[in-house]
Design a protein around this ligand. Structure first.
Ligand SMILES: [Zn+2]
Length: 482
């Protein structure tokens, strides 16, 4: 992408997309204008980093080059960088400034397996079977860092006071790196944490994420010749079948917000041997953590019952669990103001054609890009499908979150069309819009004590009497090769 065309659109949008109902929007501060200019100045480098991370497409806890790229950039910009935090070589924290307030900005960069794809409108892997950025995390990491650097520029110039922290958070797609960072005390010292996520529309958070728990059930029986002496066998595969059948019976008696999914990872090798080992990976989700806890207790009984019926032993090991999001109305209002004031990018005819082609290729309505900011809505009782470890962060620090269009409306997520859009100008434009929104919001939080205090007061109210506890198991994070 050529940055020139992007900047033109973007600066123009800053001046014309003013909404009359927001006073702050009508008079952006000098500091905010400077922060937006800083993001703009970094455009070429942010795009280059997003393309490199897109190309690396590194899986959870293997994001070595992606994390190094971002951490090196932060270091060049004068941040103090602590690498390999919380027992994860690919987690890092970059800090600039001193004292309060402390504004944290979250970045992610991990990819998903098996969805390698070129930046084109037909299914075409770069490397067959390799990983791809099907959640747009190659945009997430650099956008957030660009915003952190914009804040740093203002702190360095003495125009703002306080501290900015960039959290480089690995493995969102698998174990939830942020949860291990929370366990080690990160995020808690931030006055406010900012995060965003690539999506197919643009909106300040009002829905949040589902809570979930992810666990492995293993059954161990006794092998035997399946024809010679099956009466001597105790089949772990039978137990796995009974277990999954039990889950499917339970499905009718849980709330509509509950989701249960599993994959049978092992259940024997050949039919003429009674399998003595089976392994089922299971996820349980619900709108809130309490709902997950209730269903999880029943699923644990199902596993116990299945083992009893098959006459085998079983173990259940929790791998991780994500918590629902504590959404702050005051925070979403602030994000909405900045999203609206900055305004979405405009797209070229080629980009719109690219978007429609991806929609056609996946059986969706060919409506093109839908990046306009959606109206601010009241907080929804139940989030739509999907979980994020940003939810956990929202219980240890006030966390503001928004979604921003980086891909065509309705194309399948965690799939090749998102990889394609994340590796070209549609994704880049979304990334720059996200960086600007984060930077502008951070400036508001640093400049305006009353806004910051209102957010903190709402958070204090919503966390009163709540004791957050992470769901990751004791011991170090499961870093590959350790
Ligand atoms: Zn994601």
């Amino acid at each position: 992408m050529r940055l020139g065309s992007l900047c033109a659109v973007w600066v123009c949008a800053i001046t014309v997309s003013v909404t009359p109902e927001t006073v702050r929007a009508q008079s952006p501060s000098v500091a905010k204008a400077a922060a937006l200019a800083s993001v703009e100045r970094q455009g070429t480098e942010l795009v280059a980093m997003s393309d490199q991370i897109w190309g690396f497409a590194e899986l959870a806890l293997r994001e070595t080059r992606s994390a190094a790229l971002l951490a090196d950039y932060a270091e060049r910009q004068g941040f103090t960088v602590e690498r390999g935090v919380a027992g994860m070589p690919t987690a890092f924290v970059a800090t600039y400034g001193s004292g309060r307030p402390v504004i944290g900005i979250i970045g992610e960069y991990d990819a998903l397996p098996g969805i390698s794809q070129t930046a084109s409108t037909t299914r075409q892997p770069v490397v067959e079977g390799a990983a791809g950025q099907g959640c747009g995390h190659n945009l997430f990491g650099p956008a957030s860092l660009g915003a952190a650097v914009a804040v740093k520029d203002l702190l360095a110039a003495g125009r703002l006071r306080g501290t900015v922290k960039y959290y480089g958070t690995p493995a969102e797609e698998k174990i939830g790196g942020k949860i291990y960072m929370i366990r080690e005390g990160f995020f808690r010292d931030a006055d406010v944490v900012l995060a965003w996520h690539p999506g197919d529309e643009t909106k300040a958070e009002h829905e949040g994420f589902q809570a979930n728990v992810q666990f492995v059930v293993e059954f161990r029986g006794r092998t035997a010749h399946a024809a010679g002496d099956p009466w001597n066998g105790r089949s772990a595969a039978d137990a796995a079948e009974l277990y999954t059948h039990g889950i499917n019976m339970l499905r009718e008696h849980v709330k509509p917000t509950v989701r249960m999914h599993y994959t049978v990872e092992r259940a024997g090798d050949v039919p003429n041997v009674v399998p003595d080992y089976a392994r089922v990976l299971t996820w349980v989700r619900d709108s809130k953590r309490a709902g997950v806890d209730t269903v999880f207790a029943r699923v644990q009984d199902v596993a116990k019952g299945a083992a009893l019926m098959a006459g085998v032993e079983h173990t259940l090991s929790v791998q991780t669990g994500f918590t629902d999001m504590n959404i702050l109305e005051s925070g979403s209002r602030l994000l909405h103001e900045n999203l609206t004031r900055i305004g979405p990018p405009t797209y070229t005819a080629e980009e719109e054609a690219f978007a429609r082609a991806l929609q056609q290729a996946t059986g969706k309505d060919a409506v093109g890009m839908k990046a306009a900011v959606l109206p601010l809505k009241p907080i929804a009782a139940d989030p739509p499908g999907g979980s994020s470890d940003v939810g956990d962060v929202s219980w240890v620090a006030p966390t503001l979150h928004f979604t921003l269009a980086t891909a065509p409306k309705d194309v399948p997520w965690h799939a090749w069309p998102v990889v394609a859009a994340s590796g070209m100008s549609i994704g880049h434009k979304g990334m720059m819009y996200a960086a600007s929104t984060l930077a502008a919001t951070a400036v508001d939080l640093l400049e305006d004590t009353s806004v910051r205090e209102a957010i903190r007061a709402e958070w204090a109210e919503k966390t009163k009497g709540v004791s957050y506890k992470w769901m990751v198991p004791d011991g170090p994070p499961p870093v590959p090769g350790r």
